[in-house]
Design a protein around this ligand. Structure first.
Ligand code: TXA
Ligand code: MG
Length: 359
């Protein structure tokens, strides 16, 4: 199958392209489209065969449920068995936006879309092209990130093409996404709401609107036997081809440690990659040194992280050492993704005291 790519600069001027994309969705096909978080791979959420096509195209395990994207809050009433008051409060505050809400599944959504679960994840994306596509198709649109399963989520249409060229009929190219990591997922089906995946909307922001919010303990631990509540969080996502190790500690110690490790690996004939920031890359001696942006601008780091991980896959590196980034605000979501990509391999850089492996 040939994959067409339409550049969508301004939706108002791109009505023909949106209409063609909507027609593909309406007739059971797949379209990749931009959202404010990452690119999504869309299909009609109410059509079991269309959902199956998503799993096939991505090579995604069929127990990993999809997020249903909507353009009007009213659509919640067909998707959900009942719409909790907290869903309304959160939607007023954060939709359209990078927040996914899990509620009890209604009849409109087939089990093929929810990976067999009785709950369903719903999100209203804050992106004109995404909203135009949902409205024009008249469908609820199921959309996971538009990457091959196990690859970093796409932040550019070129990333979608890299992974899915020839497997889907159309990519809507809206340029680089605004946020760069996937939406926060909050589960409202339990007594106390629980974050299943950290993102741009933080626990504090949610708590301000709906009171106490917990975070799934399984996503905070390196213990791989802990079972995350979001089925997708158990897979080793975002894994670069090279071994990735995160170095924690004071900046000066981290730089020294990464350089010492780099020399050691290079002396064994290994090629070393380093992920640093604008402020630190000048200090590194790796074979490939890439910056994720200014260490002072964690939003920028979020936007660059997946692109950098993909760039390393194109390069001949055996091992990648990465600095660790601030873990508050969206920094927490960045660190969650980075640690997952690293398979939770972390080394602590200490003041001339030797190294301690964190377990
Ligand atoms: O920002 C985003 O959320 C992007 C854009 C395209 O909207 N989408 C996205 O979808 O990241 P995906 O499929 O790559 O990740 C969805 C995550 C998976 O970890 C999945 O297991 C979880 O949401 N999920 C979906 N439905 C769920 C449910 N009913 N209960 C628990 N987890 C669920
Ligand atoms: Mg994904």
């Amino acid at each position: 199958m040939e994959t067409k790519i339409y550049k969508i600069e301004d939706c108002a001027a791109c009505f023909r392209q949106i209409r063609e994309a909507a027609k593909i969705i309406k007739t059971g096909g797949l379209v990749a489209f931009p959202t404010e978080t990452v690119y999504g791979l869309g299909a009609n959420a109410c059509d079991p065969n269309a959902s199956k096509k998503i799993y096939e195209a991505k090579g995604r395990p069929s127990d990993n449920p999809l997020i249903v994207h909507i353009a009007e809050f009213e659509d919640m009433y067909q998707i959900a068995e009942d719409v909790p008051a907290k869903a309304k409060l959160l939607s007023n505050a954060f939709w359209p936006g990078p927040l996914t809400i899990i509620v009890k599944k209604g009849k409109a959504v087939p089990y093929e879309t929810t990976g067999g679960l009785d709950t369903v994840a719903v999100r209203m994306p804050a992106h004109k092209t995404a909203l135009a596509l949902i409205r024009e198709s008249g469908c609820l649109i199921a959309a996971p990130s538009a990457n091959k399963s196990g690859r970093p989520s796409p932040t550019l249409a070129a990333h979608v093409k890299e992974d899915l060229n020839g497997r889907i009929p159309l990519i809507l190219d809206g340029g680089e996404v605004g946020i760069g990591i996937e939406s926060t997922i909050v589960d409202l089906t339990e007594e106390t709401p629980m974050i299943l995946r950290p993102g741009y909307i933080t626990a504090d922001m949610l708590a301000e609107k709906i009171g106490t919010v917990w975070t799934d303990p399984a996503i905070l631990t390196k213990d791989t036997s802990a079972r995350p509540k979001a089925p997708g969080m158990k897979y080793r996502h975002y894994a670069p081809k090279a071994d990735l190790i995160v170095i924690e500690g004071k900046k000066k110690n981290v730089i020294e440690k990464i350089n010492a490790l780099t020399r050691e690996k290079q002396s064994q004939g290994r090629k070393v990659g380093v992920i640093g920031t604008d402020e630190t890359i000048g200090y590194y001696q790796g074979d490939r040194v890439l910056t994720v942006g200014s260490g002072k601008d964690v939003d920028h780091i979020a936007r660059n992280l997946y692109r950098i991980l993909r760039e390393f896959d194109e390069m001949e590196t055996d091992v990648i050492y990465s600095e660790s980034f601030r873990s508050f605000g969206i920094g927490q979501a960045v660190m969650n993704r980075l640690l997952k990509a690293a398979g939770h391999q972390v080394l602590m850089a200490k003041d001339n005291q030797g190294d301690t492996k964190i377990v």
